[in-house]
Design a protein around this ligand. Structure first.
Ligand code: FE
Length: 199
């Protein structure tokens, strides 16, 4: 049985940028619902029992008859990854190797920030914007619904949830403002640097 992981900080730690009220819905209701759904779906599929989350995601990716399993498993992974992509001490620019890698692959940090903001803003409907490592190169990508980099042979370094449920309580329809605050105040470069190191 999968369980809801606790947030890596208190539910008010990211205020005033993201509120405890938002987390009470996004973590305690939306994220939990994916876990309850997956537990129910796995119960009926002998071939998935005892498998870890990543194995379930890989086994179900791209399979029409496993779309429900994939959507819920990937959304569990995406949300855990998203919580860690933010920090109460986040925002601004990375340093060290990660900054060098960003400058090398994007031309400048500002170009990365522009691409990330554009990806998040232009993702039509629900989805995610990512910083990924793809064949040794850093890239900004966007995915729809539950889709995620590991289904495309990429390593995720950071993500922002741009489903409406991620920002509506705090930002209503102002998705670009939410993405701007994520970059300026919340983005967890330490997490991205660790993911790059372990890639
Ligand atoms: Fe979400």
């Amino acid at each position: 049985m999968f369980e809801l992981s606790p947030l890596p900080y208190s539910d008010s730690a990211l205020e005033p940028h993201l509120s405890a009220k938002m987390f009470s819905f996004h973590h305690q209701k939306h994220h939990l619902a994916y876990i309850n759904n997956l537990n129910n779906l796995v119960k009926d599929k002998a071939e998935l029992q005892g498998k870890g989350l990543v194995d379930i995601i890989k086994a179900s990716a791209g399979k029409a008859d496993m779309a429900g399993v994939f959507n819920n498993a990937a959304q569990i992974w995406n949300h855990d990854f998203y919580w860690h992509s933010m920090s109460p001490k986040g925002g601004g620019k990375p340093s060290g190797d990660l900054l060098k890698h960003i400058e090398q692959d994007f031309g400048s940090f500002e170009e990365f920030a522009t691409q990330f903001k554009t990806a998040g803003t232009t993702q039509f409907g629900s989805g995610w914007a990512w910083l990924v490592l793809d064949s040794g190169k850093l890239k900004v990508t966007k995915t729809a619904n539950a889709d995620l980099p590991m289904a495309h042979g990429q390593t995720a370094l950071l993500t922002i949830d741009v489903w409406e449920h991620a920002y509506y309580i705090d930002y209503q329809n102002r998705r670009p403002d939410y993405i701007g605050v994520f970059l300026e105040k919340l983005i967890n470069w330490e997490f991205a640097a660790n993911n790059l190191k372990n890639a």
